[in-house]
Write a protein that binds this ligand. Structure first.
Ligand SMILES: [Fe+2]
Length: 351
């Protein structure tokens, strides 16, 4: 009787026939595109990532507790991952970027190593720590932007007296998407240093370049873009009214040799928002991590308000509309995968 009913219902029949067919082709590692096409070729970007903000006051308290439960040596790097709440368990803040807060206690060092994933540090709190990259030992001050490019040997240390914390952003998920990760630990805990602090900035980023043939690379030769040198440039832009209606008075960190982005996979910006700034809405396909270097304000992301102050970090997922408001004069650092998208010809922006 049941069989007779099924035969009388062509819809039921075709459903069964398809299920049987899918089952059959599955044994050959084949699957029908028509069942998944809509989710693959979307009319506009779709993301499982959600907007989120990490308050520095909370993170700091929890990070200091981490100092009690694990040493830097045991942890290798004492980092709390800023995990996007929309995609837990994947150690990433957007599909392409990892973000974390790193703590280094007085007297600690983080051993020398290298990896294919490129990293940046944006200095948040504390003084006296350094990052050594490719022979340059760079001191780290609040707001400094430090770059460890693909395969560059690096180590950190804190010979100072206070805990030091910074924001780490890496292109790790991008590298792992391509399944192209390599890493290597050096026998020496600290690398040999043969360049003075600030050497690469003075050498390449002050309007002159070493004479002779320069190897043009897709990564900047500058290790540290110090906040003390960047902030006055923002002040100049503000003074002359060069204020973007969406982003504020903003500079792009550039490779001084060719004007390109600092890294092929990640680009970064620093923006001053004058007191009372009400930005126009903006969206782009590069999911972006922001960190507040100075001031206080609110960013509305996808209709939801996120209040930020100094050292807070927040993320805007791809193609989510956002709009900045500054309660007082503020400086926002931001980083995204825009250079990678531009190189692929897929980056878009809108309002
Ligand atoms: Fe590293």
């Amino acid at each position: 009787m049941a069989v007779a009913t099924a035969q009388a219902d062509p819809k039921h029949n075709i459903k069964n026939a398809r299920a049987a067919y899918y089952d059959k082709i599955g044994k050959y590692h084949l699957t029908p595109l028509w069942e998944v096409l809509k989710g693959l070729v979307t009319p506009e970007p779709k993301t499982q990532m959600v907007p989120a903000l990490w308050k520095f006051d909370d993170v700091e308290k929890l990070m200091i507790e981490a100092g009690d439960v694990i040493t830097a040596e045991e942890a290798e790097r004492r980092v709390l991952v800023l995990e996007n709440p929309g995609d837990p368990g994947k150690s990433r803040v957007t599909n392409s970027l990892f973000a974390g807060i790193q703590l280094i206690m007085p007297g600690e060092i983080a051993d020398a190593h290298q990896h294919v994933a490129s990293a940046i540090r944006f200095m948040l709190k504390g003084r006296g720590a350094y990052t050594a990259v490719e022979g340059e030992k760079s001191s780290m001050e609040h707001g400094d932007f430090i770059i460890t490019a693909n395969w560059a040997p690096h180590d950190h240390g804190n010979p100072g007296k206070e805990p030091v914390m910074w924001l780490d952003v890496l292109d790790m998920p991008t590298i792992n998407h391509f399944q192209a990760s390599f890493s290597n630990h050096f026998d020496e805990k600290m690398q040999n240093v043969n360049h003075e602090d600030g050497d690469s900035f003075e050498r390449y980023a002050t309007g002159v370049l070493p004479d002779g043939d320069l190897a043009v690379s897709n990564r900047t030769p500058v290790i540290n873009y110090p906040y003390a040198k960047m902030k006055p440039i923002l002040a100049r832009l503000k003074k002359t009214g060069d204020i973007d209606k969406r982003h504020g008075a903003r500079v792009r960190y550039a490779n001084p040799v060719n004007g390109g982005p600092v890294l092929p996979t990640m680009g970064a910006w620093l923006a001053l928002l004058p007191k009372g700034f009400k930005g126009e809405p903006y969206r782009s396909t590069d999911g972006t991590v922001f960190a507040c270097a100075e001031g206080r304000g609110t960013t509305v992301i996808d209709g939801k308000s996120f209040d930020w102050k100094v050292n807070d970090v927040f993320v805007v997922p791809p193609w989510k509309r956002y709009q900045h408001n500054a309660a007082e004069e503020s400086v926002l650092f931001s980083i995204s995968d825009r250079p990678a998208q531009e190189a692929l010809g897929i980056w878009r922006e809108g309002n």
